[in-house]
Design a protein around this ligand. Structure first.
Ligand SMILES: Cc1cc2nc3c(=O)[nH]c(=O)nc-3n(C[C@H](O)[C@H](O)[C@H](O)COP(=O)(O)O)c2cc1C
Length: 262
């Protein structure tokens, strides 16, 4: 049974849907129209490329409602002029305003992150969005318990002097997790968090990777409990989030790319 619906009037029989399908699921029938290959149905990973790449809108996919597809803007020179400075200008923000981020904005950056690439389009990244600043503070306290035991004299000293070095006083934290036995969990979570960080920067929000929290969430029962982490899931990364207190006027230098060109 086919899950593709074709509008033959609009189909140009150009083969684009067949070419972009990662699993080679689509073939041409005797007249050149796309059909699902016999026995290949199970190899469709619901990436939606066949529908999204069709220039005439002739194809739809039974399992991917058309209403869930978004329009896709063509790249323009202005896009480069906007995106590169955004990517270069984002910084690890470690000073936050005492002002929570609106729920709708947290939802919005999560909505970008959920669309990040995942291996075989498996979409197994899960999130704990710590929205309540008191809960974020509690996570930092629990995390410091772990750090004290793990032995980090410098951060312990700073914490004891009153500096919140664990989550930098951020009001919120987004924690990405994946099934413990999933090969690509770390990669998928890191990509999704990177999407979220850039989306946050685009809205003027501050973010910082929370590596300490990530390690604590792998090792400290109190942190795992406070995160209410579902069974069988591993935390692979987290982002502090909040309104930045300061604006950076310069992009700091970094090493030259360590690349070999073949
Ligand atoms: C995986 C990862 C974990 C990190 N963990 C922390 C952290 O726990 N606390 C912190 O203040 N910064 C953390 N950072 C931020 C780095 O220190 C920061 O990216 C680096 O110093 C470069 O600064 P920039 O991000 O502003 O370019 C982390 C970054 C990454 C990529």
């Amino acid at each position: 049974m086919s899950f593709l619906c074709l509008d033959k009037v609009n189909c140009r029989r150009d083969g684009i849907c067949m070419e972009v399908c990662p699993g080679g699921v689509i073939t041409a029938d005797a007249e050149g129209y796309p059909v699902v290959k016999d026995g290949a149905e199970a190899f469709c990973n619901k990436c939606g490329h066949c529908v999204a790449a069709c220039a005439t809108g002739a194809l739809s996919h039974e399992r991917l409602p058309m209403i869930d597809f978004l329009p896709n803007r063509k790249p323009r020179p202005e896009t480069v002029a906007e995106v590169e400075p955004l990517m270069l200008g984002r910084r690890s923000v470690r000073a936050y305003k005492n002002k929570p981020v609106e729920h709708a904005l947290l939802e919005r950056i999560l909505d970008v992150a959920r669309r990040a690439p995942t291996a075989v389009n498996s979409q197994q990244v899960g999130w704990v969005m710590v929205e309540d600043p008191a809960k974020t503070r509690r996570l930092a306290e629990l995390g410091m318990e772990w750090l004290r035991a793990a032995g980090h004299p410098r951060y312990v000293q700073l914490w004891d002097e009153g500096r919140e070095v664990f989550l930098r006083g951020a009001p919120h934290v987004a924690v990405a997790h994946a099934p413990a036995d999933y090969t690509w969990g770390a990669a998928d979570c890191a990509i999704a968090l990177t999407y979220m960080e850039l989306a946050a920067a685009a809205h003027g929000l501050g973010a910082c990777w929370a590596g300490l929290l990530t390690r604590a969430a792998m090792a400290h029962a109190g942190v795992i409990e406070a995160l209410e982490l579902p069974q069988g899931r591993t935390v692979h990364g987290a982002l502090m989030l909040g309104w930045p207190k300061y604006r950076y006027s310069l992009v700091p230098p970094r090493n030259a790319a360590n690349a070999t060109w073949l």
